[in-house]
Ligand binder design. Structure first.
Ligand code: AMP
Ligand code: ZN
Length: 468
């Protein structure tokens, strides 16, 4: 398998540290809001990566964090804690906010057929490990303390910023434009490992004892501490959105590599580009930050959204429009009609040999840096073949396609024995030219959402697509 590595800026063949065992870490949700369709694109991207690794016979150890403390409204230490702000707005306490949005996140993942990670780890469950990492960084001279916080000293690390390719000077210019509140911070691009509950954080609700006084961890630290606890120094693949390259992942690398004598944090760094809506950045003021609930309330199947994501490559921006979701819905219906073919006895089935060729070609596209749009083109050829020659898939073949795309095609139910009897009865009436009876049977089935096509190899049924 080949993947584009942000760190080396090239497409590279993936060689896991332990052959056929991939360690994967993904920066998960900050649980202060409903996931929007941009975040969901990120979730489906990670899921597709896993499905392709699995198809290539790898075991996957996948860990995802849940950020329930420390993520400030600005990624670079300015602003307030996102959860605390939300709690104040909703009149709840921070723990309730975290629990509520964690649950809605799990719910969305289920509805989008996203495979569960091996483990979810909450930032608040790993405070001890985070404190231990800070101690290590202080002892080795990478961290210093002020009255407000403990900071990572970015000038102590030779290759700080290597992920984005930005050098320290460029980074300093970027950060300086933001509000720096602590006069004792040595360099503008230094970042907090631990905030004390003083000054603007005097009322911070989530707080823990530490060797240096009460406070709470900075956002970047949780990922470094979780990776160390779950995997050790180095993992194979680390993923996240492109917005994480310059600050969050850069700082994860700094903390982990400084703590581990320069051992690389991850061999492959993958970043997904943003989803736009109607050509615009998603933002609250444009009211275009749609949630999955809003999408389904308009009558769309979550699988249509999943399919829409697969139609673009993760390294390009994708533009969401409702028209594009309509088109994805039509494509989904074609796929579902194909999958329903698995239940139709007697029709010609797709030979395992030719299916194997299709699958091999699809997997070849997916293994080439997750080229999902081209994989979908090959899938279309399979559908064309089905639609023009009526070659039905077997249940196993549908299962294989499902394993790759996660579109829930296997989950579709067979028709009931009663419906099957009506189809047979209607076919008898049709052959006896009893059109009244045959039309009656057809409309009976139609009421139950089943349509019929009379084909040279006999009647073929399919479920009428649900219209939005
Ligand atoms: P958050 O819960 O805000 O920390 O975001 C979760 C993930 O969604 C992060 O990895 C972001 O990079 C990613 N993300 C945020 N906005 C978008 C977007 N418009 N398109 C794609 N991914 C996004
Ligand atoms: Zn992270």
């Amino acid at each position: 398998m080949k993947l584009y590595n942000t760190l080396t800026r090239t497409k590279e063949a993936v060689t896991p540290i332990t052959p056929q065992h991939v360690s994967l870490y993904t920066c998960g949700p900050t649980v202060y809001h409903y996931y929007h369709i941009g975040n969901l694109r990120n979730a489906v991207f990670n899921d597709t990566l896993k499905r392709v690794l699995l198809a290539e016979d790898n075991h996957i150890h996948h860990v995802m964090n849940i950020t329930d403390v420390g993520h400030l409204t600005g990624d670079t230490d300015h602003g307030n804690d996102k959860l605390q702000e939300r709690a104040a707005k909703e009149g709840k306490d921070v723990w309730e906010v975290a629990q509520y949005y964690t649950e809605t996140f799990f719910n969305d993942m289920n509805r989008l057929n996203v495979l569960e990670p091996t483990r979810y780890v909450k930032a608040t469950e790993t405070i001890e490990q985070q404190i231990a990492m800070i101690l290590e960084l202080i002892n080795t001279g990478f961290a210093y303390q002020t009255e407000e916080a403990i900071y990572f000293d970015t000038t102590k690390l030779k290759d700080y910023g290597k992920l984005s390719g930005q050098n320290l000077k460029e980074k300093q210019v970027g950060v300086r434009a933001e509000v720096v509140t602590d006069p004792d911070k040595r360099h503008p691009q230094d970042f907090a490992l631990w905030f004390f509950t003083v000054g603007r954080f005097e009322d911070h609700a989530m707080r823990w004892e530490s060797p240096w006084g009460e406070g709470f961890p900075g956002w970047h630290l949780e990922c470094s501490a979780i990776i160390e606890a779950e995997f050790g120094d180095t993992i194979d693949i680390h993923t996240g959105g492109v917005d994480h390259i310059g600050t969050h992942h850069t700082n994860e690398i700094a903390q982990s590599e400084a703590s581990h004598n320069g051992a690389p944090l991850a061999h492959y760094w993958m970043h997904i580009e943003f989803l736009l809506v109607d050509g615009h950045k998603m933002s609250k003021s444009l009211e275009n930050t749609y949630t999955l609930n809003e999408v389904t309330a308009r009558g769309y199947d979550p699988m249509a959204l999943r399919l829409l994501y697969l139609q673009s490559h993760y390294r390009t921006q994708q533009n969401f429009t409702w028209d594009a979701l309509d088109a994805a819905t039509n494509y989904l219906h074609r796929l579902q009609a194909w999958a329903d073919g698995q239940f139709q006895a007697g029709a010609g089935t797709l030979s395992d040999d030719s299916f194997h060729d299709f699958c091999r070609d699809i997997l070849a596209k997916l293994s080439d840096d997750l080229n999902t749009p081209e994989a979908m083109v090959i899938m279309s050829q399979l559908l064309d073949d089905f639609e023009s020659n009526l070659v039905m898939p077997t249940a196993e073949q549908v299962g294989q396609i499902d394993a790759l795309f996660g579109l829930g095609l296997s989950k579709r139910l067979n028709i009931t024995p009663e419906q099957e009897a009506i189809i047979l009865e209607r076919e008898g009436a049709r052959q006896a030219k009893d059109y009244e009876l045959s039309d009656h049977a057809r409309s009976l089935l139609k009421d139950q959402g089943i349509e019929l096509d009379d084909t040279p190899s006999g009647p073929r049924w399919y479920r009428r697509p649900q219209t939005s």
